[in-house]
Design a protein around this ligand. Structure first.
Ligand code: ADP
Ligand code: TRP
Length: 322
């Protein structure tokens, strides 16, 4: 059976980009296929240096996933560091990873260009990600477009290992949904924590409203027809959170002229708030039952470990480490 795997870093509050780009597709795939999802707390060590914050964020991600509908009966859901075999495989893979392959990675180049002083972990990050994917014989990896290159690096490393030491690893495929590949933020760029343009899903009502009302628009008058309505950030977000007929109606009104941006943003806020109301309720219930959340993660790690140990044994045997 096809196995789906993905990870998310515990690096801050869940936003619409994370949800529509990664979490929602992952949860939907989890209903049909065998799925492994984990909280990438080792990865977060490359850029977050506060232990309490890591611990808290990890719990927050677990709550977010479960509140958004992850079925803990069907899905193996765990903390990356609970299966430390991944670090051993990282070493093995790193010996086959050309420096040039890592030097070409956009996410590394983007971060250093922003002035982040890079540690070795940040540079080697894609190798840890390759180990995450290969350790579980994953076939499909649902991610946003920014992670595609890392899955390609994983494929390159796996192919090289298989050629050098014999058939060992499954070659994974990235899965990117075009319609949500890049969810725009309040400034129209890709929504991202690092750009400060996010709209949170479980934030405070007032704060979310304020962010939505602050979405950057042009200075055209409400009466003016807008033939480029489909490029409008609020329309693009409305298409994600509102029923199709509602989003189409607003797009047509914006296109024809006569719809003010304030009214459009108000509709976006209302639909956004409404569309996450049951997830919000579920999250409140989970917050008052943290033992359950812990147990889900412990059970997940147990199941993940069994697979990881098998695959690690197989790869050590292939390269003469048995
Ligand atoms: P951020 O850019 O806010 O730090 P992450 O890098 O933690 O987000 O991304 C977690 C997951 O969410 C990844 O799979 C990523 O591809 C996806 N994702 C993040 N932002 C977006 C976006 N704006 N549109 C689509 N997917 C996104
Ligand atoms: N690097 C991914 C991100 O920042 C998170 C991640 C770590 C991941 N390991 C993974 C995603 C394995 C998919 C598969 O979003």
């Amino acid at each position: 059976m096809m196995r789906v795997l993905s990870g998310i870093q515990p690096s801050g509050a869940l936003h619409l980009g994370n949800y529509f780009g990664m979490m929602k597709p992952a949860i939907e795939l989890g209903e049909k296929y065998e799925s492994f999802y984990f909280i990438a707390n080792y990865h977060s060590m490359t850029s977050l240096f506060d232990a309490d914050q890591r611990r808290n964020n990890t719990m927050e991600v677990a709550l977010d996933f479960l509140a958004c509908g992850l079925d803990s009966q069907k899905t193996v859901f765990f903390r990356q560091s609970e299966v430390p075999e991944v670090t051993e495989l990282t070493w093995i893979l790193s010996t086959l990873t050309p420096m040039g392959l890592l030097e070409r990675c956009h996410s590394y180049k983007d971060k250093t260009a922003k002035g982040i002083s890079p540690n070795h972990g940040l540079f080697a990050y894609p190798v840890l990600m390759a180990a995450d994917i290969l350790l579980y014989d994953s076939n499909v990896v649902p991610v946003g477009r920014d992670q595609k290159q890392h899955v390609e690096v994983t494929r390159d490393i796996a192919v090289k290992f298989n050629e050098m030491y014999g058939q060992t690893f499954v070659i994974p495929e990235p899965l990117i949904r075009d319609e949500v590949a890049v969810v725009p933020g309040t400034d129209g760029q890709k929504m991202s924590k690092s750009y400060g343009n996010t709209i949170e899903i479980f934030g405070d009502e007032k704060a979310i409203r304020k962010k939505i009302m602050g979405i950057v628009m042009d200075s055209r008058s409400p009466a003016e027809p807008k033939p480029d309505a489909n490029q409008n950030t609020a329309i693009q977000l409305l298409k994600l959170v509102a029923p199709v007929s509602v989003a189409n109606d607003f797009e047509n009104r914006l296109q024809a002229g006569g719809l003010g941006y304030g009214d459009l943003k108000k509709a976006l806020f209302e639909n956004c708030w409404e569309s996450f109301s049951s997830a919000r309720k579920r999250r409140e219930e989970l917050v008052s039952n943290l033992d359950f959340v812990h147990q889900v993660l412990v059970n997940g790690a147990e199941k993940a470990s069994a697979v990881a140990q098998d695959v690690l044994r197989r790869s050590k045997r292939a390269c003469g480490l048995d």
